[in-house]
Design a protein around this ligand. Structure first.
Ligand SMILES: [Zn+2]
Length: 374
């Protein structure tokens, strides 16, 4: 039966009528209309579901596991924290390992959780000087031929690629990506300000986890951070766990990039939503202690973050206002990737969430299906 989800939108209690996964109407309806729906009164604030464009894993599973079972775990785990759509994110690995991931996705298998919107390739065309937790031995020079091959293998499901624009031949990969409809993000990069600006002019639209694993802002050499700040139309991902980025810098980023171009990501790994301990990230051992996930040498290796927590952090450090939350969690991502999400409106996909007054997720609805209830 079709759902009528009741909750608060812009201060008023309204009903969202859902049919076959799409929003048919939003308003206050009479009993005669509502009798055709199953009423779900969430008693909370309704928002468009969160979209996480940079997530490696969660609930003990990693994208690099390359199985539908792992993807199912990741999607189910993050749906419990408000994510209704995500890009499974690979890390810098061998051609075979990347191919295995891209081949393992089967759209016929039903996922009870966040919707898989495609893949984000993080690497392998990055700068070895800024590997972060990406295994250095698999970093390689940009090659458009490889990206084309991976795109075909994925049946067109690669939506985003993170690369370092200053590497040789990066420009031909950027050009190929744009032709294929893949959005390019600058990251794991040591680009100078000018190299970064050149990349943006070539069509790069996003900055991968702003501040982390990139050339910093220096007043004489503004680096990739400065170039992103100076390019208003370029989006920026940010990891708001207050470990990757200081709360004061979260405020600065929101002010400078603006809430129309900032996007919360988790960069979560398998350790997210799991007890502290030792986990794997694309073949490397990582330890999860006190909310931080690190390699043995102390390098941050993704996060244990979920998007509900990222939202709570942004609000508690006054980086944004509550009214901005749908922009930085859903609409900006949707606009950048050319997807129809990011609003609760007639004709939109019915992927929405309900939150209580503490910004905790109580209900997650993906394409009209209630996949989580607290
Ligand atoms: Zn990552």
């Amino acid at each position: 039966m079709n759902l009528a989800v009741q909750g608060i939108i812009n201060g008023s209690t309204l009903q969202v009528l859902i049919e076959d996964g799409w929003i048919k109407d939003v308003g206050i309806f009479s009993g005669t209309v509502l009798q055709h729906y199953k009423l779900l009164d969430t008693q909370g604030i309704l928002l468009p579901g969160f979209i996480d464009i940079h997530v490696h894993g969660g609930g003990g599973a990693d994208t690099m596991d390359a199985t539908m079972e792992a993807y199912h775990h990741i999607c189910k785990t993050h749906a419990q924290h408000g994510t209704t759509g995500l890009l499974l994110t690979t890390i810098t690995q061998s051609d075979e390992a990347i191919v295995r991931v891209l081949k393992s996705y089967n759209s016929q298998d039903e996922i009870q959780g966040a919707e898989i919107l495609g893949f984000h390739l993080e690497g392998p065309f990055i700068n070895p000087e800024k590997p972060g937790a990406q295994p250095k031995e698999f970093i390689q020079l940009p090659e458009a031929r490889l990206l084309k091959k991976w795109f075909e293998i994925s049946h067109g499901r690669i939506k985003l690629i993170t690369l370092a624009p200053e590497m040789p031949d990066a420009e031909s990969v950027i050009e190929t990506a744009i032709q294929l409809g893949i959005v390019v993000s600058a990251g794991h990069s040591n680009a100078t300000y000018l190299e970064a600006i050149k990349g943006f002019k070539a069509g790069i639209k996003d900055t991968t986890h702003l501040f982390n694993a990139m050339s910093a802002l220096n007043h004489r050499e503004p680096g990739l951070v400065g170039a992103s700040f100076d390019s208003q139309d370029v989006y920026a991902e940010i990891i708001a766990d207050t470990i990757h980025v200081h709360p004061a810098v979260l405020r600065l980023a929101a002010r400078i990039k603006g809430v129309e171009h900032l996007m919360l990501i988790t960069d979560a790994v398998s350790a997210a939503c799991m007890p502290e301990g030792t986990y794997e990230l694309g073949g490397q051992s990582v330890s999860s202690v006190s909310g931080a996930v690190r390699l043995a040498d102390g390098t941050l290796a993704g996060s244990a973050l979920t998007l509900d927590r990222a939202v709570q952090n942004m609000l508690s450090c006054s980086a944004v206002n509550p009214v901005d939350i749908p922009l930085i969690t859903s609409s900006n991502q949707s606009r950048m990737l050319g997807l129809p999400y990011g609003k609760i409106g007639v004709g939109s996909p019915a992927s929405l969430i309900s939150l209580d007054d503490q910004w905790a997720v109580t209900h997650t609805i993906v394409r009209g299906n209630l996949v989580y209830q607290k």
